[in-house]
Design a protein around this ligand. Structure first.
Ligand code: KIV
Ligand code: ZN
Length: 513
């Protein structure tokens, strides 16, 4: 006997809460389309009431995606719930995800509410939401640190009000696998109407056990939905990683005896897209999606794998989409081939003029780089998705001189709004000189928290360099990503991309805290 495990992806909501990972509407849409190709059951597209931008993103995704259910987070109050319902109007399948803290610590210190008040609000909010939508998920925030007796009371009441999924968050990543599994089982056994809802796990990774805890919640606790993110993206140490949990359940089907709808060949493309979009690199030894996940360096391992793959491999790299890393286009490729590859990658462009602009950039890149890979196209289209509203700063040209023994110097020209500026500076290196030149003109005052360079494809120096710059200003943290065969140019693009994000002053309400 087997049953189904629902995969609920929250990359676009909980993942996006990671400092610096905020995404534009177009970036979210592109990732949502990839999640649909991955065939996740539920896409949590955002938190509609948190900002106008997030409302628009949830709405656009709900209007466009047909194969996955689209979910919006909402606090347990009428305004948030109505906002979520409005954003989800066009969805083929929609879900509202309510949350309200139930641990004594959160109720007393954060909400300043009594248990009775929280109990009443949970009930009323669920009732209100259920009148607007048939699919309602309820999360007692900090559920794992809540008093089980109180939790049973609240959950029984919200199920009676029509909640269809009950999710138990380990909000602060405090759980231990066996204990978390038993916690869930205990709730399900004690709550009389527990069988009227699907039970779900939502684990944070502060102690590195989000995947293990989620799997225990499934195996011991009987959960049939896992909430997870691509690459484990998320606040602090992140969330349960989708690729790991899915591949664990699939590879050890003998033990879990569960089916999933996920198309695992889309896992690596999804991982790349999320990493390229957010600038959060995947560590090389990360399970399933890390560059070394299937690389065998030791002679004994290589010999074994050549004789019989399963001596050292429990999964096949090509099954999770590694084989998609191939040369796809070159200098001689025409507009049709480019357009077709965009379609195969699921990248939809709104108009012919957008395709033309992207194709012009592609030609420019192909002149400078002989082989163009899927990752190059994704990076190029990420650049293309900036609009006049989001692109306040734009790089026009960059010249720099560096010679051993001399102090490097850079001259940069860029636009600020409609006005063209030129600036120059010395620096410790050409990248430092270029960014100092930009800063000397912009005077953002932002503090740089991270600078990293990565080869987009393979380990070769022919690859484009992908640079991530993380800036902090007035409590806001943003990541900018830039790609170019010249890493100094990529660095300037990344710096300006981060400044653009700081410039777009979208205020957001965080789901936690
Ligand atoms: O971690 C958490 O508690 C959450 C809730 C909003 C579900 O993300
Ligand atoms: Zn969370």
């Amino acid at each position: 006997m087997s049953d189904k495990l629902i995969i609920f992806d929250t990359t676009l909501r909980d993942g996006e809460q990671s400092p610096g990972a905020s995404m534009t509407r177009d970036e979210k849409m592109r990732i949502a389309r990839q999640l649909e190709r991955l065939r996740v059951d539920v896409i949590e597209a955002g938190f509609a009431a948190s900002s106008n931008g997030d409302f628009e993103a949830v709405k656009a995704i709900a209007d466009a995606i047909r194969e996955s259910s689209i979910c919006s987070l909402a606090r347990a109050n009428d305004r948030d719930i109505s906002r979520a319902a409005d954003a989800l109007k066009g969805a083929a399948m929609g879900r509202i995800h309510l949350f309200l803290a139930t641990s004594d610590l959160h109720m007393e210190k954060k909400l300043r509410m009594t248990r009775e008040q929280v109990f009443e609000q949970a009930k009323l909010a669920t009732r209100f939401a259920r009148n607007l939508m048939g699919d309602i998920e309820f999360s007692p925030e900090d559920g794992y640190r809540s008093d089980p007796d109180f939790l049973c009371r609240v959950l029984e009441a919200v199920i009676a009000e029509g909640a269809t999924t009950i999710n138990i968050p380990d909000t602060v990543g405090y759980a231990i696998p066996e204990l978390y599994g038993e916690f869930l089982l205990n709730l399900r056994q004690r709550i009389p109407n527990a069988d009227k809802a699907v039970w779900s796990v939502h684990c944070h990774n502060d102690l590195g056990m989000a995947v293990a805890n989620s799997l225990a919640g499934v195996k011991i606790g009987g959960a049939r939905q896992v909430e997870c993110t691509i690459n484990g993206l998320g606040e602090r140490a992140g969330n349960c990683s989708l690729e790991e949990v899915v591949m664990a359940v699939r590879t050890r089907r003998d033990y879990f005896k569960l089916d999933m709808g996920v198309d695992i060949s889309q896992i690596v493309p999804a991982s790349r897209m999320v990493s390229q979009t957010t600038g959060f690199l995947v560590q090389p030894n990360k399970a399933v999606v890390g560059a070394n996940a299937f690389a065998h360096a030791s002679g004994i391992h290589q010999d074994g794998v050549l004789k019989a793959r399963d001596t050292y491999e429990i999964m096949r790299a090509e099954d999770v989409g590694w084989s998609t890393n191939r040369i796809v286009l070159g200098k001689l490729s025409g507009r049709n081939a480019f357009k077709q590859r965009l379609q195969e990658l699921g990248i939809q462009m709104e108009s012919e003029s957008e395709i033309n602009a992207a194709f012009a950039r592609f030609k420019d890149l192909a002149d400078r780089k002989s082989d163009i890979f899927d990752e190059d196209i994704i990076a190029l289209v990420s650049d293309e998705s900036v609009t006049p509203e989001t692109e306040h700063f734009r790089l026009l040209s960059l010249a720099q001189h560096s010679e051993m023994g001399e102090r490097p110097h850079a001259k940069v020209s860029f636009t600020v709004g409609a006005v063209e500026h030129r600036a120059e500076s010395d620096g410790n290196g050409p990248v430092d000189a270029s960014l100092k030149a930009i800063e000397s003109m912009v005077k953002s005052g932002a503090e740089m928290m991270l600078y990293s360079v990565n080869a987009i494809t393979s380990g070769s120096t022919e690859s484009q360099g992908e640079v991530t710059v993380r800036l902090q200003l007035g409590g806001r943290v943003v990541n900018g990503v830039g790609a170019d065969p010249d890493i100094v140019v990529a660095s300037a693009k990344a710096y300006l991309a981060a400044l653009n994000k700081l410039h777009s002053k979208a205020d957001r309400v965080a789901a936690q805290g």
